[in-house]
Design a protein around this ligand. Sequence first.
Ligand SMILES: Nc1ncnc2c1ncn2[C@@H]1O[C@H](COP(=O)(O)OP(=O)(O)OP(=O)(O)O)[C@@H](O)[C@H]1O
Ligand SMILES: [Mg+2]
Length: 279
Amino acid sequence: MTRYESGDDATRARVITFANQKGGVAKSTTAEAFAASLTARGYAVLMVDMDAQPGNLSMHVGADKSLPGTFELLERRRPMREKVLSCIQPTEFFGDVICANEELDNADKTLGSRVGRELMLSRALEPILGDYDFVVVDTPPALQVRTLNGIAAADDVVVPCMADTSSIAGMEALLECVAEVGEFVREAEPRVAGIVVTRYDARNSLEPELFDQIAEIAAEYDAPLLGRGVRNTVNTRKAQNSGVPLGEFAPNSTAALDYEEAVSAYLAGIGIEDDSRDS
Ligand SMILES: Nc1ncnc2c1ncn2[C@@H]1O[C@H](COP(=O)(O)OP(=O)(O)OP(=O)(O)O)[C@@H](O)[C@H]1O
Ligand SMILES: [Mg+2]
């Protein structure tokens, strides 16, 4: 495990949560790309899948969903280190993962009725933060209790957003929600580390204009754009279906290069010089 030497507390992982209220904007794809890229750069990475949907991140990274995962992690109020470790499994390319299966939907009822319900993930991760450099959290497409837990646990929030009006509305709702978590749930607002424009198609006449609109909103919230947008690439889906990161499956595809640029921009934002393999 290589640990980075930068940041306020280099002995504790940075938690990066990927969220947007809108569905299908490449939250999971972006979380997977970050996890794979950070792992390839030598960092110790743990992914936490908070979304139980079929075809989710857990499936793409080759997790065994019959093993304990996020449901078991959140079952207890303050799991002991051994319990947390029992929910973690290794993957071939993406670091370790705490997977999500359909049972996780049942956790909402239990979570929803608990005092301090937004802080369950943050508390559960505490015992193992010293083991990793980055924890990558993928969230469902709704501002429900699991997404709030992802935001409340985050050092950094990354918002994937497509260049379409409903995704932009979802991004704005999410950014407001981050501020509310800072005001009502924990002491400080999580940092919005940036916006990644996803599934971008510059040939679609509407998208460049909407891209500019995203950039304006990002500036209003003092959030950088991470990279210049991730282009639509058919290899993205093919890579996910084969369980291999896009950066390995088609390293020179536009989306693979664009994601590398986004990850480098994220790292630069936390004071880490570009250590990309390709640079
Ligand atoms: N750059 C890209 N080029 C082509 N297809 C892409 C790209 N990024 C994502 N996709 C595809 O878009 C679809 C939605 O992506 P993904 O599942 O990551 O979105 P999501 O925001 O996590 O969705 P949900 O809200 O349902 O969790 C997937 O089929 C994925 O393969
Ligand atoms: Mg998803």
